[in-house]
Design a protein around this ligand. Sequence first.
Ligand code: GLC
Length: 827
Amino acid sequence: MQDRPNRPGGAGATHADFFNIENLKPPEKPPQRSFIPFEAGDEEGGEESLLTCADGRTWKLSLGPYCEGVWRIRLAGAMPADDGTSQGSRHIPSSWAVLPPDDIDAGMPAYEGAAPILDGTEVRSGNCFIGDWKYSESALRFSMRIRTGSRRASGNMRVFGLGEKMGLLERSGRVWEMWNTDEPVQTPTQDPLYVSIPFVLCRMDMQWFGLFVDNPARQYWDTRDCERGKITVDAEDGYLDIYLVRGDGPREIVRRYTALTGLPPLPPLWSLGYHQSRYSYMNQQEVVDTAAQFRANDLPADVIHLDIDYMDGYRVFTWDPERFPEPETMCRELHAMGFRVVTIVDPGVKCDRDYSVYSEGEKKGFFCLLPDGTVYRGSVWPGTASFPDFSRKDVRTWWAEQHVELFSAGVAGIWNDMNEPADFTGNPVYRPDFTVPDELQVQNEGEPGDFRRFHNLYGSAMNAAAREAFEIHRPEERGFIISRAGYAGVQRFAGIWTGDNTSWWEHLAAEIPMILNLGISGIALTGADVGGFQEDASAQLYARWFAFGAFTPYFRNHTEKGTAAHEPWTFGAQTLEIARHYLRLRYALLPYLYTAFYQASSAGEPVVKPLLFEWPDDQRLETMDNQYLFGDAFMVAPVVRPNKIRRDVYLPEGRWYGFWDDTVEEGETDLLAPAPITRLPLWVRGGSIIPHEEPRLHTDEARSSVLLVDIYPDSTGAAEGLLYADDEEGWEYRSGVYCLLRFSYSMNTLTIEMKHRGFHPQWDTLEVHLHRGSHRRPEDGSSRSGSTADPLRLDSDHMELPRPFAGGGAGVSTFSYPFKAGSMRLD
Ligand code: GLC
């Protein structure tokens, strides 16, 4: 195994170095600064106020509607206008995150409540107040508070979101830092990680708000006073653009925030299949053989990833001539087996004048510069490396063009890594400094500045370049980009995978709140390395993680150099069977999952979401980080602890059906659900209609002409569901070439309504399963198991796999019809 310089302690570091406390720069959270408060100036009024500091500086505070349900509050240094009569504000760089109001997809319901008002130094919306402005030489600070009538009663506040963070679903009780960091030691309180999204969804007493602070400089969010109704934000910059988002509850607020920062493109269907990766498949034969093993084991899969060893000496956009001599042939062979190839791309370009990407980039002046105007040289996988200045349009286009080396060989997707950016010459122990120097100069489209202000944007800008690569080289394709780093709005270009986790049960558990909060923060395409990246997974951990991974938006197995194999067949026959079972289920549900992604790309709806989206008044759900909704119909309660044969579950209001046995429960109920190793605890929400199909081995394989539809009526006997279908690739859906069907069921009649008819789906027959469910016998919390067999054993001869959709067993009636719009009786 080669050196891993991006490990604590750096290249060649020993365990002792890692724990050498001398190496640690003490994190200052937030740094101790003396802030000067503002007061209202003389010229306040209307939508603008002038604020004055004790030191005499003036600032302009303005409030204005931005788009439906969203208001912008801007604080910037005031400047005397030419005529001396009024005041303008200092220049604010254009936003990378927020779309111009005219480009924001409408279709959002009107905001019914009163507009916020600017009152002296404060913005007020209901009982929420934004103000308490302060500044220091290096930062601006403000607070958002609840003010209740009584002096003694303080309001109660709960916050969610903040992008990719360790910890729980609810984010109160600490200071969070916004600074993209290559952090492989993901202990429970480690912060920051790779992605910075300064957005919270917030409940203040009984009202919901969204708060987005659009400033890519370092920020600190202090949520320690949430119980006293207050959060405080510092941004290390000289302006603040704050967006206050209002709406009718969490779902609408998140949809509005996502529309504000840009809806994600619809991923091609193949990218919602299974992805296999490892660091690294070392030569092209190994890649082809791995793919062949999937087919030999009858395992559905669509994608194989190539980590850095496909490159020639880690030179980005090259192929190793010895180990990958014929990438085109390899991609062709893989394609013939139904596999697409995704290659990793790192931003650090090896400083080697005989290498065209470097020599051209250097000649054109495309790399980030030191303040003295020389090219900065850091160090990444290839050794000494320079970093393209992605803040420039011409550099992004140049980078996009380089992808031809990959695309011409047949690569279908791009995996952007190390784009915080990680730099091994930084501090290997205090990881926020494991990056390029803050003093580097970036051009930022005529709005130059130092890297400090661009750091959090670097990953997003690299992803924008990769998007452009698809536009240039593969204009007919939607492209697929998955990234490690990003800032608010990154969803317009790429999905996010959660980086270097470990094969720990704790990381399996941590993934749930992490992807839920990423969803709240606008990113629908998310997932973690299934099985864990660092260390070796046990068979039990792997089986549990695999089943859960099938119910995450991005489903990829990956592991690092030097670990045991993590392919599904490497843990024995039983684990392989479990993996196959959940792969088949994932593939069966692709029509349903694709529809959920349609809702993400058309309306900003997350694909996985916390239960509080549906039941915002049920306060138990605000701390529920081990159960979630996958699309609208499934509630998933993964087993995230070792050696458990049951899982405690809370079912919120409404009727619920056990997915494997059709037992019916009425919420609000707590129960202890059986969870043998083969079973992912899964419920279907009563009132749902789920479209699915026979699983295929990959998404290019011919599909069955039968669309399966399972109906789970609610307590009134009604149900509904959606189905979106299109070409599964290409952009024609954007000009209406798709179909959207609405299924509704009541009084024994299923109605299919064509909401949009722009495409003919491939199914011609409809097979309908109507679930009636069976009521569970009342339990007193204990039950006889009737067996002493170990339900977790992965080496026994006999393994009973649970039956999806209750296997069409007792209580399920089946009907068959031609697949077309209209009504049909189901009796
Ligand atoms: C980083 C990535 C990891 C990858 C490795 C080598 O650690 O997060 O996924 O395997 O680099 O490229």
